[in-house]
Design a protein around this ligand. Structure first.
Ligand code: NDP
Length: 477
């Protein structure tokens, strides 16, 4: 017999993905650089389905039916190139390499181009949901050729998560690097979501005076409403957890320095290149890096600031409702920014990404899965050319209803000295977009003053320059 799919790289993600394929009835060839991992998988999970264990690259490739479908789940970066170099000479035109690692989309574009010359399809695929998702159904974001998706699509649909309406959480995102680009922005949005939740927690604790256990209950309540999401759900779990060793709230025994692997940073770097304002995602990335500057924070501890004064019980409850509004409004803004970046990437690289389809496949399996995404899908469904999520009537109406509370929460945060960069950046973005006039006019005038960079006028076409150093007459540029 031959295998319909092969997985090489059998650490947590690859192993669980291979098991997922096998549990869905596919014969799966498995391979890993270190053979013991391959043996362990078959020994432990062989009863779950049909596995073909391959010790060498040649055995692995020989085990696959043609055209071959070969999934790479190795450490992103150089290891991916090493594995491609090992397997590519053994493949034939029409075969497919599916890279499920967290690759940078620019690497995916390069690899796709190189392999296309040999007639091999390279399918850069974003996979979200962590190890549990890989096993029980992830959200899958494949790029690559249309042709490869015809062959792979049905299999990916089978192993993917299913949204509440039963739709598989996988779609062909677009050619070459589109899938990894979409996955990158997914992770950026995930950073922003987590930061906003963190700020809500801190406000409930420092301004409202709630304990972590009480805040867990508040999050549980929120999770029954429009904020219903995986991240809110696990936040409640974490906040109600008590450390066994000390009896303290678990969150209080964890060092307050957040790490990052890089996809959030990429989202911001690429947004800078594309000129897309993803201020909320950027603040989330910066908040993590600030948290990690232990020495700097230690040296700054004595700086002056207000001391928080706790609210009364009824005030606290009212404040919690306001925080919910602020969190929801800020979340709309983060997604607005993230989808803007996908639209800009799609335009820049000619990917023709369907934003509604992307929001649909994030409804299940992935870390940012949420009821909210169904509403984004509906917004793009009603108007595929929506200039921005904020232009959707429903979202605009919800923000309008939330904005007073959103502002009040920020006033309280500023008064009491609670850092809320995510909420603040989101509100600034909202206010800037809706502003009649921006101080950008002044900026442009300054640029003309010191650098003769010219400006346009509101009342006439053309470019102009004022002779600032001379008689201050205006000349056409
Ligand atoms: P790791 O990222 O820890 O990678 C370990 C695997 O890579 C092992 O199978 C290892 O083989 C192999 N490997 C490393 N270097 C080489 C090399 N030079 N040649 C051949 N094989 C090599 O594994 P994960 O399972 O955590 O992640 C796999 C991929 O999935 C990564 O790209 C990751 O970013 C991505 N991902 C991970 C998620 C997660 O939650 N962990 C979520 C979504 C995506 P060996 O056993 O021989 O050392």
């Amino acid at each position: 017999t031959s295998a319909q799919i092969g997985v090489t790289g059998l650490a947590v993600m690859g192993r669980n993905l291979a098991r997922n394929f096998a549990r869905n009835g596919y014969t799966v060839a498995v391979h890993n650089r270190t053979v013991s991992r391959t043996k362990a998988l078959v020994k432990e999970f062989g009863h779950e389905g049909d596995f073909i264990a391959a010790e060498t690259a040649e055995e692995f490739v020989a085990a696959l039916e043609r055209p071959r479908r070969l999934v790479i789940m190795v450490k992103a970066g150089e290891p991916t190139d090493a594995v491609i170099q090992e397997f590519a000479p053994l493949l034939e035109p029409g075969d497919m390499i599916i890279d499920g690692g967290n690759a940078h989309f620019a690497d995916t574009r390069r690899r796709e181009r190189d392999l296309r010359e040999r007639g091999v399809h390279f399918v850069g695929t974003g996979i979200s949901g962590g190890e549990e998702g890989a096993l029980h159904g992830p959200s899958i974001m494949p790029g690559g050729s249309k042709e490869s998706y015809e062959s792979l699509g049905p299999m990916l649909e089978k192993i993917s998560a299913k949204a509440a309406d039963g739709a598989p959480c996988v779609t062909h995102c677009g050619p070459d690097g589109a899938g990894h680009f979409v996955k990158m922005v997914h992770n950026g949005i995930e950073y922003a979501d987590m930061q906003l939740i963190g700020e809500a927690y801190q406000l409930l604790r420092d301004v409202a005076g709630y304990t972590p256990a009480q805040i867990a209950d508040i999050f549980r309540t929120w999770n029954t409403g429009r904020l219903d999401s995986y991240l809110i759900e696990i936040t409640a779990e974490v906040l109600s957890h008590v450390d066994a060793a000390t009896g303290k709230p678990f969150v209080d025994v964890v060092v307050d320095q957040a790490e990052q692997k890089g996809t959030g940073r990429w989202t911001v770097q690429i947004a800078l290149d594309l000129g897309v304002p993803v201020s909320g995602i950027a603040e989330a990335v910066f908040a993590r890096s600030l948290s990690g500057h232990a020495a700097l924070r230690e040296a700054s501890r004595g700086l002056a600031g207000p001391t928080a004064s706790a609210l009364s019980e009824s005030e606290a409850a009212a404040f919690a409702d306001r925080v919910e509004q602020a969190l929801y409004a800020s979340k709309i803004v983060s997604y607005t920014q993230g989808f803007h970046e996908i639209a800009a990437g799609s335009e820049e690289y000619g990917w023709d990404i369907d934003l509604g389809a992307i929001s649909a496949i994030w409804r299940g399996g992935c870390i940012i899965r949420a009821a909210f995404l169904d509403r984004i899908r509906a917004a793009y469904g009603a108007r595929p050319d929506l200039p921005s999520l904020l232009s959707d009537e429903t979202f605009a109406r919800e923000i309008a209803a939330a904005q007073d509370d959103w502002r009040e929460v920020l006033v309280a945060a500023v008064r009491q000295g609670v850092p809320t960069p995510g909420f603040a950046a989101a509100l600034a973005y909202y206010d800037a977009l809706r502003a009649e006039r921006l101080p950008a006019a002044l900026t442009q005038a300054q640029r003309d003053f010191f650098g003769a960079h010219t400006y346009r006028r509101v009342d006439r076409d053309g470019a102009f320059h004022t002779l600032w150093g001379g008689d201050r007459n205006e000349v056409s540029a």
